[in-house]
Design a protein around this ligand. Structure first.
Ligand SMILES: [Fe+2]
Ligand SMILES: [Fe+2]
Length: 233
């Protein structure tokens, strides 16, 4: 049965994160690196060529795990958080207008901004290709990935919390990456994130979740930077 087929990850640069890798992570990485014959339409050449997306996804994987661990979540949730980080932007590989190293036009941006939807499709399409026991994991994974730009839409609290982590880490990490020129320092990125979260707290759709957002922000600040609101003398 193809569903039961096991895959093995070859040692490549993306596969450096092998210790503790989950089966689903392995599956996604195999898809991306083309070791898996059941490749489902991600443009793997873009992934291989696009260092910034690869870098961004792997950074997100590590940060999501670290934040979840710091918040004392159980191991299955930490695993879910990591895979959500890895997979959240893969939909970009399905937006045909996505090209690296150049400024996108307004129309192209509209398409690229739909990437969470495509990332969600990718997760759902994996469903028949994984072992039956991994399917609930994918069903949960769908939510933080699909709604990583608008986590307030997720109804289950524990999944919504992962959605907020993802959104904020995404914001923080990407400010430091070279695609935002000039990339900010860690402290500048934390400061920007704090301001962004303050702004979100004032929006009607986000304000009911102010407490959850604060928990997520505090974990990120504690892990990655000094709270910019405390002046350094
Ligand atoms: Fe995204
Ligand atoms: Fe992202």
């Amino acid at each position: 049965m193809t569903n039961e087929r096991r895959v093995s990850l070859q040692p490549t640069d993306v596969g450096v994160y092998t210790p503790g890798i989950t089966r689903i992570e392995q599956r996604i990485l195999c898809d991306l690196e083309g070791h898996d014959q059941m490749f489902v339409g991600l443009d793997k050449s873009e992934w291989m060529a696009d260092y910034s997306l690869k870098e961004h996804s792997m950074n997100e994987l590590r940060a999501m795990r670290a934040v979840s661990r710091a918040l004392g979540r159980k191991q299955t949730v930490v695993d879910l958080a990591g895979v959500a980080g890895l997979g959240h932007d893969l939909g970009k590989l399905r937006t045909t207008d996505y090209r690296r190293n150049r400024k996108l036009t307004q129309d192209e941006l509209v398409v690229v901004n739909k990437h969470p939807e495509f990332s969600g499709h990718y997760i759902l399409e994996m469903m028949p290709r994984v072992r039956r026991r991994d399917r609930p994991f994918l069903a949960h994974l769908f939510f933080p990935v699909r709604f990583h730009h608008e986590p307030f839409k997720i109804r289950k609290k524990w999944l919504r919390e992962l959605g907020f982590d993802l959104k904020f880490i995404d914001y923080y990490q990407s400010r430091m990456e070279s695609r935002h020129k000039p990339g900010l320092s860690q402290f500048q990125a934390i400061e920007k994130l704090e301001k962004e979260v303050e702004k979100l707290k004032g929006l009607p759709s986000y304000s009911p979740f102010a407490e959850e957002m604060q928990t997520s922000l505090s974990a990120i600040v504690n892990l990655y930077g000094v709270n910019s609101l405390i002046p350094i003398r």
